[in-house]
Design a binder for this molecule. Structure first.
Ligand SMILES: Nc1nc2c(ncn2[C@@H]2O[C@H](COP(=O)(O)OP(=O)(O)OP(=O)(O)O)[C@@H](O)[C@H]2O)c(=O)[nH]1
Ligand SMILES: [Zn+2]
Length: 347
């Protein structure tokens, strides 16, 4: 059985600082690898273990990459430590829940291929996600071997935002996949996100020496496509960690305003120079954004994408806010019902 030290697992001073002196004495930290309905698969210096979620938290409150403290005797989590970074999205369906994707991620590898999958609006969405989570974005352009001019895709990706580093590679060539080593060595955690079929599993296999393949389950989804369904924390051959996630066809942002600001910082800076502080950068006089478009410095399509993403985030965040308010109101109602019941029955 392979044993990892806490620092191998990605433990840091920032996490240690969250422990009370008593917890330092009595607690054991572990890193969450898999999340099931009522069990958490974790890695600790003593080896892999199965933990039970803390009694007041559902398993949905945890995600791959989390650090938790647990009680050895009961194997129960006592506390989820605040993650350094946390990737979340708005859950699928009509609900407005925030769904955790992964945490304590150093780099968000945004995988897309040098073909029709390349989509600036979608890339910006992932970039905003990375920026709002506090993770470093890395655009990984696969299928370079099937494309005449992969360099042009890299240029287009890097032009999207000053935050972007982009690399092109053939995911099926293991020596090409080595290019990702700097982002997944020495306890560093890399997560790969992107549409189905862009090469995430292929890269995961190359980076983990095949471990990711044997640990994940592939099954047919409703439309008969093969998708990766297991999420996990896999040791890379470079000494770091890789988090593999299922294909994400719809990434809906919520509460990512800061991330969007970061990705479109150039437009934000321009907007600050518009004559009217509430300028909509449409037909207003003295609009610095429209002036930059007229000078050919900003693509009009980029302005459209910025506004669309801002509107979407505002709408989803409002729904999130409303849902939280509703929960709060319901909580109050339940408490008052309980109190009434207690007053009536003495229980
Ligand atoms: N030629 C070439 N083929 C690639 C490359 N990347 C992936 N492929 C092929 O594309 C197909 C899909 O790759 P996967 O690694 O399964 O894609 P995925 O992103 O994991 O897909 P999901 O599991 O559905 O999310 C496989 O047949 C790969 O061999 C590449 O860079 N070059
Ligand atoms: Zn303006």
């Amino acid at each position: 059985m392979t044993q990892y030290s806490l620092s191998d697992l990605g433990w840091s001073a920032r996490l240690l600082a969250q422990l009370t002196p008593e917890e330092v004495e009595t607690s054991n930290p572990a890193r969450i690898a898999t999340v099931a309905r009522d069990r958490l698969g974790a890695l600790a210096p003593d080896g892999p273990l199965t933990l039970i979620p803390a009694s007041d938290t559902p398993s949905g409150a945890y995600c791959t990459g989390d650090w938790v403290l647990f009680d050895t005797a009961s194997a129960r989590v006592t506390r989820r430590l605040d993650p350094a970074t946390e990737l979340a999205r708005r859950a699928a369906g009509t609900g407005s829940d925030r769904q955790l994707i992964a945490s304590n991620v150093d780099t968000l590898g945004i995988v897309t291929s040098c073909n029709a999958d390349f989509n600036p609006a979608r890339l910006e969405r992932y970039l905003a996600l990375a920026a709002s989570a506090g993770a470093l974005p890395l655009v990984i352009l696969t299928k370079a071997d099937l494309c005449d001019d992969p360099g042009s895709y890299r240029t287009r990706a890097e032009r999207l935002s000053p935050l972007v580093t982009a690399i092109t590679l053939n995911a099926t060539d293991t020596s090409d996949a080595e290019a990702l080593a700097p982002w997944c060595r020495n306890g560093q955690t890399l997560v790969l996100l992107g549409s189905s079929g862009v090469g995430k599993s292929t890269l995961a296999n190359a980076l983990t020496g095949g471990a990711a393949a044997t640990q994940s389950i592939r099954e047919d989804d409703a439309k008969g496509r093969h998708t990766t369904t297991a999420r996990g924390l896999h040791r890379t051959i470079h000494g770091g960690w890789l988090i593999d996630t299922p294909g994400m066809r719809a990434l809906r942002l919520a509460g990512a305003a800061e991330g969007i600001d970061a990705v479109f910082s150039d437009l934000n800076d321009l907007a600050a120079q518009c004559r009217f502080s509430d300028c909509r950068h449409d037909t207003e006089p003295g609009c610095a954004v429209q002036d930059a478009i007229a000078r050919g410095e900003i693509e009009p399509a980029r302005l459209d994408r910025w506004r669309k993403l801002e509107r979407e985030d505002a709408r989803n965040s409002r729904t999130l806010h409303e849902a939280r308010e509703r929960d709060r109101a319901l909580g109050k109602l339940y408490r008052s019902i309980k109190k009434d019941k207690h007053d009536l029955t003495g229980r």
